[in-house]
Design a protein around this ligand. Structure first.
Ligand code: HEM
Length: 478
């Protein structure tokens, strides 16, 4: 897409900072199915290539690397790939049903804090203004902290403050990395990252927890062995109850790495990976709720039926909300490209398109998910597109990765946290739908801004929100 001169290329690179969505869409349309707009068959081919030829780890590191200053060893990298699946896709996902009540309490507490503690308005039932982007980051952090670091840590205010400080510095560093010329980044970035102090604080905290888990594992092995030796069933049962699950403890249990410092780095990586995408996409969902009120009644009805039963591992719950979320993500996925792979060697695609070492191959997911050849009425928002209305069941789930829906990455290596994300998202949004009335302060304002390869939710969006119960009571008294 670049103009064919040095200045032209520079200009296009500059335009890409703010207009990558339009540039990629134009390129996708012009390519008409050839190398730029990778045909689906080529995507299948790409994910078969090993890390030594097309590296997804290197590409992810190129996105995240500047925030995570510590370099990991080769062994640790493959260990990260191994345990991501075990911890996020299995342990974290399957821990949710039995912790449903606790999670619901955390959601209620986190949202109440946002809506009621900070605003200056006094009257009950009055609309309260909240700035959505930071509010959602705080809500999801409060909700997920217990799953990642354990309940005792999540209940400690200092831990929450440290995590948020770490996240805020990373959030402010993002535009610096995207907008500044590469030559300036090494000078400005350390300042924005507060010389890495919040990151080190977080790392030390996780290291301390890792030591604690390692100690507990060692002593519990002894307790387990002695209970078995004594054939004491009560001791065995109490012991099983004591095992409290959190990402930090599962990683310590499952990893083959021996040093606590290396294990702590793996955990810190996941704490960082969990931070931004979820609140970002949640803002797109809330925006859609507001701009498509015609879906609200069905969604509220479904949410009220699902108020108490826990989410199961069958992943069949709430087909209408699931479809609404999938359709929103189809049109507003966050990153404009997905599935990046860095070419470790010169690489030639099946149609002859040649990619030189160090460059990326990526899926232009925003353009692909609006392609009329792949999606009927692709540009239109159809909230219940993925539900079979006659039987009230899902035709396709949000968590289902496919070549036409690359939100979670490639089919073979899709995001291991997607089941957890989908459940937590449904719990948070159901709570808001059931307990609150809400609307956008400026319904016409732009829902997103583009920055580099990302389409971010508009950070200036204000939500007007009030508790339904209170409004109902006030109406009755009047
Ligand atoms: C809406 C939220 C999220 C979206 C859309 C998302 C999407 C993705 C995508 C596109 C990839 C790349 C897969 C590939 O390259 O093929 C990925 C990888 C990954 N995601 Fe997520 N993600 C989300 C939330 C999370 C959360 C909450 C975590 C929790 C820690 C997480 C952990 C990871 C990890 C560890 C990987 C690397 C997987 C690997 O190395 O095998 N993601 N995610």
């Amino acid at each position: 897409m670049a103009y064919p001169t040095v200045f032209g290329r520079w200009l296009t690179a500059f335009q890409k900072l703010f207009k990558s969505e339009e540039l990629l869409q134009e390129a996708y349309d012009k390519a008409n199915g050839s190398s730029f707009a990778l045909p689906i068959d080529h995507l299948k081919q790409l994910e078969k290539e090993p890390e030594t030829i097309l590296s997804r780890e290197k590409a992810l590191r190129q996105i995240l690397g500047s925030y995570q200053s510590s370099q990991s060893t080769h062994d640790q990298k493959s260990e990260a790939l191994r345990i991501n699946g075990g911890v996020l896709q299995n342990k974290l996902r399957s821990s949710v049903p039995e912790r449903s009540d606790e999670i619901r309490n955390r959601i209620e507490d986190a949202i109440t804090r946002e809506v009621f503690s900070k605003t200056r308005q006094s009257g009950q039932g009055e609309w309260r203004r909240i700035r959505l982007t930071p509010a959602l980051l705080r809500i999801f952090t409060r909700v997920s902290l217990a799953s990642f670091l354990g309940t005792d840590q999540a209940d400690c205010p200092q831990v929450y403050t440290d995590v948020m400080m770490f996240y805020w510095t990373c959030a402010f560093a993002f535009p610096v990395v995207q907008l500044l010329p590469n030559i300036l980044v090494p000078f400005i970035l350390p300042i924005v990252l507060c010389m890495g102090i919040p990151r080190v604080k977080m790392y030390n905290r996780i290291l301390h927890l890792t030591w604690r888990c390692l100690d507990e594992n060692a002593s519990s092995e002894q307790r387990w062995a002695s209970a078995l030796f004594e054939q004491n069933a009560i001791k065995l049962l109490t012991f099983a109850k004591d095992q409290k699950g959190s990402v930090v403890s599962w990683i310590t249990e499952m990893t083959r790495v021996n040093e606590a410092t290396e294990i702590a780095k793996l955990t810190l990586g996941l704490v960082f990976a969990s931070a931004f995408q979820v609140p970002m996409i949640a803002q797109f969902y809330i925006h859609r709720f507001c701009s498509h009120p015609e879906y609200t009644e069905t969604l509220r009805e479904e949410a009220s039926k699902h108020k108490h039963p826990p989410f199961t591992s069958l992943n069949k719950e709430m087909p209408y909300l699931d479809s609404f979320l999938k359709e929103t993500a189809r049109l507003s996925p966050g990153p404009i490209v997905s599935n990046p792979r860095t070419a470790m060697l010169p690489y030639t695609l099946p149609d002859g398109c040649h990619v030189t070492t160090g460059n990326w191959i990526a899926v232009p997911q925003l353009a692909l998910m609006r392609d009329e050849n792949l999606w009927p009425q692709a540009k239109q928002f159809e909230g219940f597109r993925f539900v079979d209305d006659e039987i009230g069941l899902s035709k396709s789930r949000l968590t289902h990765p496919s070549y036409e829906f690359p939100l979670w990455g490639s089919v073979r290596y899709s995001c291991p946290a997607r089941f957890y994300v989908s459940i937590i998202m449904k719990m948070v949004l159901s709570h808001i739908l059931l307990e609150y009335e809400f609307q956008l302060e400026s319904p016409r304002s732009q829902p997103h801004i583009n920055l580099g390869k990302f389409r971010l939710p508009n950070p200036f969006t204000i939500l007007l929100i009030r508790k339904k119960e209170i409004v109902g009571k006030l109406r009755n008294t009047a």
